[in-house]
Design a protein around this ligand. Sequence first.
Ligand code: SF4
Length: 333
Amino acid sequence: MEDKKDILLSIENLNFSFDTQRGVVNAVRDLSITIRKGETLTLVGESGCGKSVTAHSINQLNPMPPGKVDSGAIMFRGKDLLKLKKGEIEKLRGTQISMIFQEPMTALNPVFTVGSQIADVFLTHQDISKEEAMKRTVELFKLVKIPAPERRVHAYPHQLSGGMRQRAMIAMALASPEPGLMIADEPTTALDVTIQAQILDLLNDLKKDVGMSILLITHDMGVVAEMADRVVVMYAGRKVEEADVFSIFESPKHPYTLGLLNSLPSNTKYKGAKRLEAITGTVPDMRTIGAGCPFENRCAYASEICGKEFPSETVLDESHSVWCHNYQKVEEV
Ligand code: SF4
């Protein structure tokens, strides 16, 4: 049983759509997830599966309109984030919920030095002098392992490498007075492999040291293996499997999860990996999805019922659930 005291954030039955000129796109459907204090939850799936829309719903960063919350709640420290006014959610964004993106340039202002932007976070929330704010910024640069921090705080964003900009974004998240949740949306996708590993190590260290929770959005099961405590696999706006990271890699039960794992090189934590295999077909048109399982057109295990009804949850054990009519046929690996 999940202890409510351990839960930092819970998304409850979220339905989110975009009203486009070409029809209504149901981007997230009946999604419920919880993030516990001090854990890393990864949302994994292909582009367009709804993971970024989910993450941006937490911070109210989806464009509205055309975006619209059809129903649901996002509870964080006793408040429903979907009901907060613009000013209230903006305050929360800079203090208790932070976000790092795939490309930090989109979040950093190019005409101010990186250090001054981080010092501003201190100045907004604490009654300290500019000198003290800059001193603390240098300390943060040291914490996130930016070399020559006294010099680098005076650099403009374009003068830093991609990896260093991402470290600066992480520093900015840590400048808030009570960092509770960091949302990291594909934070290493644009980086070289070696820098990627360094950033993931840094996030893991900070999670332990600062005690924050991380919601990590990724399409990369290798990143999941490095980072996750628990994993939610999404497909076409729906949750299709949820488990602790060990169960996902040792005993995947949804055909889509299996497909993601089979597309990994064999030198990974996934013991079933043999050779690289692509998942055939493409994600269905989100405007025309019917009542059945959206993975049906790509699934080797599909049966008649799959086209008619979306499967209900099967609880395999206290940390592992799957939404599939034929999960028992998915071969043991
Ligand atoms: Fe495949 Fe049916 Fe399971 Fe969907 S419900 S993943 S189509 S077997």
